[in-house]
Design a protein around this ligand. Sequence first.
Ligand SMILES: *Cc1c(COP(=O)(O)O)cnc(C)c1O
Length: 235
Amino acid sequence: MAELRPRIADNLARVRQRISDAAARSGRDASDVTLVAVSKYVDVDAAQALLDAGCHDLGESRPQELWRKADALADAAVRWHFIGHLQRNKVRRTLPHIALLHACDSLRLLEEVDRVAGESSAIVRALLEVNISGDASKHGFNPEEMPSVMPLLADYSRVQICGLMGMASLEGSLDDARRDFERLRLLRDSLLSVLPAGIALEELSMGMSGDFEAAIEEGATIVRVGSALFEELEA
Ligand SMILES: *Cc1c(COP(=O)(O)O)cnc(C)c1O
């Protein structure tokens, strides 16, 4: 395990370079793309290695794992991103830890987040998850229902919806993924005319280890990368 820290620093540098290259190819600035390092596969020591290497946005997809790591790293400057499906009974313990809730996937969840945030007069930043691939196993709003969801967002005063999140089909090719990402961007653009005052949808959270470059070329502002950061680590 002596190799853990240099290996992670090296993998991080490589992913950052690929992000810069993809941004440059699409005429964007690398600083417009936030890398969320998904630490769900690794333990606290590897998460600490990411922090030490300069990556302060960390993502987890399971509440208990987030709580555990957030407690262990309580003294560190981490911006935690919750990227998985959040059950309503886990909202209360999760919200205090996170900078961004990526996968708000139903109005019932939104309502609960709003209610719990209101108790502590906090404002929660969140993205709406859209099921862009149409996979039945995936959570999220259907693209078709999004225009009618937009006006309702005005009712949730404790939640600041700042964009959309999507995942490409796991079975599809890279071209399929690119089309899914393009669909999410076009959906976002089409919603701009029906947004309530004060909501902008500036963030697009899309792209993982296998497809983050395509996502950036299609307009991702946040990529969620796990396995590419932990390649060649001894378990
Ligand atoms: C695990 C996970 C990722 C990271 O996946 P990799 O392919 O390992 O980069 C991204 N987003 C979500 C929602 C995840 O659950």
